[in-house]
Ligand binder design. Structure first.
Ligand SMILES: Nc1ncnc2c1ncn2[C@@H]1O[C@H](COP(=O)(O)OP(=O)(O)OP(=O)(O)O)[C@@H](O)[C@H]1O
Ligand SMILES: [Mg+2]
Length: 277
């Protein structure tokens, strides 16, 4: 469990401990594109209620791993199970039902630009629930408020800033109150203050809801702030996996190189949102 040092925001204190029940289990996953092996025998358990951060250089296969956990790509070698369902052999109906319990915020935010923000957020509710239109509109407003956005329902995604678009994409991912939230690069390309706001949002979500969160990022400051555990991918393999403290103490020089990068990162991103830091 994350220890409260009093030096971080109170959102960092966790009211519950992640149980040791793996909600996602990846075993010896291999992914090849033509001659290129992108994932080369990846095994990883993600426990119910924890926030797992996946780290790795650009092109190391983070999004590919995420897409396999999300059921968007079927494993051809190795096994991925989510809530006990084997994603390689699951029927389309089972997969659809499973995906209803997942919220996905893509690396690109992936909003439909021809639809208003409100309609984008309403989409999963229209597709997966039989709620009345008026109820859906209320829920859309609540979901947008949950990510700190108000009065944006009638705007189009292109009228939002990058940070607002990420938040709106998160609101859409949260629309069905998912058990598992996947968040690919929440802060990529955002200004440090806005990126810090997204970290706070993730901390709030994990303290307020019994949700399992899988975040891909290459922002180390953010990773160390939001993670319960983290894993590092390097050359298609998991280089290290463990709690934040275990990663900091990992003797592998390649891990230490990563950790030292965190120490070297400019601090203005963190100082603006870590109370008392
Ligand atoms: N559909 C595809 N066909 C062929 N190659 C692909 C495909 N998808 C991904 N790749 C390649 O697989 C490698 C891993 O891609 P992936 O998007 O998983 O990396 P990443 O770690 O998420 O990178 P980034 O940090 O830049 O987002 C890259 O070299 C990419 O070009
Ligand atoms: Mg990626």
């Amino acid at each position: 469990m994350t220890e409260s040092t009093g030096s971080t925001t109170e959102l960092h204190e966790r009211p519950r401990e992640a149980s040791r029940d793996p909600v996602i289990s990846v075993r010896d996953l291999k992914v090849r594109y033509g001659e290129r092996t992108v994932l080369d025998g990846v095994s990883l358990d993600i426990y119910r209620g924890e926030t797992m951060v996946i780290l790795g250089g650009s092109g190391s296969g983070k999004t590919t791993l995420l897409r396999h956990m999300e059921g968007l790509q079927r494993p051809t070698e190795g096994r991925v199970t989510v809530k006990g369902v084997d994603l390689a052999t699951a029927s389309r109906t089972t997969l659809t039902a499973l995906r209803r319990s997942m919220g996905v915020s893509f690396q690109s935010a992936a909003m439909f630009n021809s639809m208003t923000v409100g309609d984008n957020v309403a989409l999963p509710l229209l597709e997966h629930s039989s709620l009345a239109e008026s109820t859906i509109r209320v829920m859309v407003r609540i979901k947008l408020q949950q990510v700190g956005l108000t009065h944006v329902e009638d705007l189009y995604p292109t009228q939002l800033s990058g940070g607002m678009r990420k938040r709106a994409s998160l609101a859409r991912a949260l629309a069905l109150d998912p058990e598992i939230l996947f968040f690919d690069e929440p802060s990529a390309g955002l200004d440090p203050v806005i990126a810090a706001g997204l970290d706070d949002l993730i901390l709030h979500l994990k303290s307020a809801y019994p949700i399992t969160i899988v975040v891909v990022t290459h922002e180390l400051t953010s990773a160390f702030l939001i993670a319960d555990r983290m894993c590092m991918i390097n050359e298609g393999k998991i280089l290290a996996v463990g709690t934040v403290d275990e990663i900091r103490r990992n003797p592998d020089p390649r891990v230490q190189q990563f950790v030292r990068r965190e120490a070297d990162e400019p601090s203005e991103a963190s100082s603006s949102y870590i109370v008392g830091a």
